[in-house]
Design a protein around this ligand. Structure first.
Ligand code: ASP
Length: 404
């Protein structure tokens, strides 16, 4: 089993699960526990993973001269491009509506949804927790993310003795949590098998579901394409006043690596090398913006989170109002900030969005089968956006680049 790559294992598990669900309909309860078990394991890693990921990312802001102007510009670029990406996804998913009218056998009342709907308006208010430990224990992710961001920020504002200790601690915990998450992710084939077998047994029209899944994939891919070939190049051209095409060529190795590894973190050394040596950005800017970007700036992931959440809502027959969609946008933004730069981190974060809008976590099972290819593509967009950010910031700082 070890020799077969994880994404192939997932695909094989998916095919077997579909067969099991079709032919052994009455015996799904023998395998559905696997899905539940793996979902529990995913939930287990989420709070410490997000906490350490964000805190360790935020502490990067603090290294001396980076505070201030460059830090602010970087955050502004990261936030605005992620929001552009999410809005692109939101428009596409509303136009294409891949999940609307799906007969997935999910018609049964979604538990807790009514409650969640009522509180949509108050979601923003509840981001500030009354008691952070309550948020940890209840898995109230928006508050956890909010707390992590400000905690990480204020680590950069305390005397060196404490700052260095806490930064090291956050980085070490993050390393462990990434390893642990990768370990849990290795069980993804079991998760797929457990959930998909159960769903297939319930879904009345398999062909229709399959087509909808393809349409959903297409919506994500189209969004990623638009964002990476129009929005980001325009920013590089208009604000950076350099050639996006030349920069793209300079970035070919890290982009291909991102595509094949599905990990921004694993690609980081190559990204830094290419942005510095090929595009000509100074080390001062790359060493600050890129490591931070690899953890907090994930345009591709943000877009994907939004489309996937909307698709799952559509498939469950939940009509989301304008305000509710704003909440999805906001949650997708926070989820992309909280996602670690490792394979399938975005999928792990889907549980955050689903729980914050009150949708059942099994929704993840619906999109798992096609996640690998989307992961490859969104990671490429994540790395591309980080590199464009470094270029734009370098230019606004008056640097002369090799890609003019
Ligand atoms: N794999 C992505 C990355 O490393 C994160 C994600 O799963 O969306 O950038």
């Amino acid at each position: 089993m070890k020799k077969i790559k994880l994404h192939w294992q997932i695909l094989i598990a998916f095919v077997l699960a579909v067969l099991y669900g079709i032919f052994l309909k009455d015996y799904v309860h023998y395998v559905s526990w696997m899905g539940d078990l793996c979902l529990r394991a995913l939930m287990m890693v989420i709070v410490p993973l997000i906490l350490s990921s964000i805190i360790s990312g935020m502490t990067n802001i603090g290294s001396g001269e980076n505070l201030g102007r460059i830090g602010l510009k970087t955050m502004l670029y990261y936030l605005s491009t992620s929001i552009f990406a999410i809005l692109t996804g939101l428009v596409l998913v509303n136009l294409i509506q891949p999940g609307v009218g799906a007969d997935l056998g999910f018609a049964k009342e979604v538990e807790g949804l009514a409650e969640a709907r009522e509180s949509f308006g108050e979601t923003l208010l509840y981001i500030i927790p009354k008691n952070i430990f309550e948020s940890f224990s209840q898995g109230n992710m928006l508050s956890v993310i909010f707390f992590a961001i400000i905690f990480g920020f204020f680590i950069t504002r305390v005397p060196d003795k404490h700052r260095i200790f806490l930064t090291d601690l956050a980085n070490s915990v993050f390393e462990v949590m990434m390893k642990l998450t990768m370990f849990v992710i290795r069980f993804a084939p079991l998760l797929v098998f457990g959930i998909v077998a159960q769903k297939v047994a319930e879904i009345p029209d398999l062909v229709d579901t399959f087509l909808r899944l393809l349409t959903y994939m297409l919506a994500v891919l189209m969004g990623l394409l638009l964002h990476s070939t129009i929005t980001l190049p325009l920013i590089v051209k208009v604000i950076g006043r350099v050639s996006p095409l030349k920069h793209f060529k300079a970035m070919s190795t890290p982009l291909l690596t991102a595509f094949s590894t599905s990990s921004s973190n694993a690609t980081l050394p190559l990204t830094m090398e290419a942005v510095e040596n090929n595009s000509g950005v100074s080390n001062k800017i790359t060493s600050f913006t890129l490591p931070l970007g690899a953890t907090v700036n994930m345009d591709g992931t943000a877009l994907y989170e939004c489309v996937a959440a909307m698709f799952i809502a559509q498939a469950y027959g939940v009509e989301l109002s304008f305000i509710q969609q704003i909440v999805v946008v906001f949650t997708a933004l926070l989820a992309s900030i909280g996602a670690a730069g490792i394979p399938m981190a975005g999928l792990v974060m889907m549980t955050v969005i689903l729980s914050s809008v009150g949708l059942p976590l099994e929704g993840v099972g619906l999109i798992l089968a096609v996640d690998r290819i989307l992961d490859m593509c969104r990671t490429t967009v994540n790395v591309w956006s980080d590199s464009c950010g470094a270029v734009v910031i370098a230019r606004t700082e008056g640097e002369k680049l090799k890609i003019e």
